[in-house]
Design a protein around this ligand. Structure first.
Ligand code: TYD
Length: 230
């Protein structure tokens, strides 16, 4: 786990925790890959906490029902951004933070980048303001690794069609989702050491192997780091 207010490496070695986020547009395959990675890690003896945004916990569920309900046509863009930030603040305070402090590997399905992609690139809110909101909400907690599952928008939307009725965000037009996709790709391109970008059209097993390979490398580096410090 990385925080700008502390030595991230030291924090990690003390707690042993590792923070991994999965990001991507609609229908990119996160909900398949998160449990596959969790199982792979558990089989290797790691304690893993999987979680998601928006909607973890009682308060998260309440926020989720507001932001995703298509009936809420009057929800303003700023209110939407604040609700996602509030969900994230609660998520970090009550789930992610405690699990990392207990030395667990936390895997979250969506985190800060989703707000940068949807509320900023999608809705048009200034990126620095959305980044500030999320930074404030999370007290600067940044994932050690973000896995971006990239799929062309038409492929992703075709996958989710027919699952359930579209929620407020899914129902946005194709151009909105194109902006979201590009925002994710731009974020990843800006920090290759902290991102893994994979083509979400590959079959689930191939993707899982590619992701596991990168996690293994991250954990390997972590072990070397803590051995050097002890
Ligand atoms: P969800 O049903 O959890 O599914 P998925 O993650 O598979 O898409 O939908 C969450 C929706 O909320 C999704 O359309 C993305 C959107 N979202 C934001 O707009 N901003 C955010 O900060 C987060 C976390 C999600």
């Amino acid at each position: 786990m990385t925080s700008p207010t502390a030595d991230p490496g030291r924090e990690r070695s003390e707690s042993g925790g590792l923070f991994v986020a999965f990001e991507g547009g609609e229908g990119c395959g996160k909900s398949t890959q998160v449990p596959l990675l969790a199982t792979w890690l558990r089989e290797r003896g790691h304690q893993v906490r999987t979680t998601f945004e928006p909607g973890e916990g009682v308060l998260g569920r309440a926020i989720r029902s507001i932001v995703l309900d298509p009936a809420n046509t009057e929800l303003s863009d700023r209110a939407e951004a604040l609700l996602y930030a509030a969900d994230r603040a609660q998520h970090v305070a009550s789930t992610i933070g405690p699990a990392l402090s207990a030395g667990q590997i936390v895997i979250t399905d969506r985190y800060v980048d989703s707000s940068l992609a949807y509320q900023s690139a999608g809705r048009g809110q200034p990126a620095d303001e959305i980044a500030y909101l999320s930074g404030w909400a999370t007290q600067g907690l940044v994932p050690d690794l973000t896995v971006l599952l990239d799929v062309p928008v038409d492929v992703g939307l075709a996958r989710i069609r027919g699952r359930a009725a579209a929620d407020r965000l899914e129902a946005e037009p194709q151009a909105f989702h194109e902006r979201v996709r590009q925002a994710f790709l731009t974020l990843a391109a800006g920090d290759p050491a902290r991102y893994l970008v994979v083509d979400g059209r590959a079959d689930a097993k191939t993707l899982a192997a590619r992701i596991a390979e990168r996690i293994e490398a991250v954990l390997g580096v972590e072990r070397v780091d803590s051995a050097e410090r002890s």
